[in-house]
Design a protein around this ligand. Structure first.
Ligand code: HEC
Length: 190
């Protein structure tokens, strides 16, 4: 038992050391084209609560250098910037409605991030001011659309939903050759 325990400790320590060598993206690309803020206060609130994952001015804390936590932090930053990057406003970005949605649901800033970044937590009043500020900011400097509109959604009229449903039911009522064969009830000629 004693031997097994020391083996386990060495094994885990070795593993911990080994994973430190896996490359992790902790880059801060240049600020390319920052959004034009409506006021310094809006920027200050966004910097406090959102910049670490939604800008190129990420502050990388010490634990972001220690695997496996570093993988999670880096993943959040890469993912976060892909959705919304206040430092790259010439690229497609999430729109204001998305921001309102995630803020009202309490999804942003991410909760595990807030555990370690108490100062990123906004009071309800500060959240309100950030949203008002972002509204004005986005109105004056709107983002490029992140996804092209779905071609299907644009073509199908909103009130035609009954027609496809009926045709599905109709086609189910008629047994086709393939289902008969799959049931194994086909006649065998001897
Ligand atoms: C710790 C990192 C982190 C912080 C801080 C953070 N976000 Fe995010 N954000 C993410 C990640 C990661 C995603 C991508 C989530 C996904 O793919 O579902 C994201 C996605 C989003 C999206 C797109 C939502 C969607 O479902 O597509 C919006 C909008 C957003 N964040 C707004 C904000 C705002 C506003 C703040 C500041 C109040 C903020 N975020 C703070 C990491 C962060």
């Amino acid at each position: 038992m004693q031997r097994f325990r020391s083996f386990l400790v060495v094994f885990l320590l070795g593993g911990f050391v080994a994973i430190q060598f896996a490359p992790v993206d902790r880059s801060n690309p240049r600020v390319l084209r920052e959004i034009k803020w409506d006021s310094p206060e809006t920027r200050e609130l966004a910097k406090r609560a959102c910049f670490d994952c939604h800008s190129n001015e990420t502050v990388w804390p010490w634990y972001s250098k220690v695997a496996p936590v570093s993988w999670r932090v880096s993943g959040h930053v890469v993912d976060g910037r892909r959705h919304l990057n206040f430092s790259a406003w010439h690229y497609p970005n999430e729109n204001y409605d998305e921001i309102v949605e995630v803020m009202e649901k309490g999804e942003m800033p991410l909760s595990d991030y807030l555990l370690l970044h108490g100062k990123a937590k906004l009071t309800p009043g500060e959240t309100e001011r950030l949203l008002q500020g972002l509204k004005a900011t986005f109105a004056a400097d709107p983002p490029l659309p992140r996804r092209p509109p779905e071609p299907d959604a644009a073509v199908v009229p909103a009130d035609s939903s009954a027609a496809p449903a009926d045709s599905v039911i109709a086609s189910k009522g008629v047994p086709s050759d393939t289902t008969a064969a799959a049931d194994g009830h086909e006649d065998h000629d001897h």
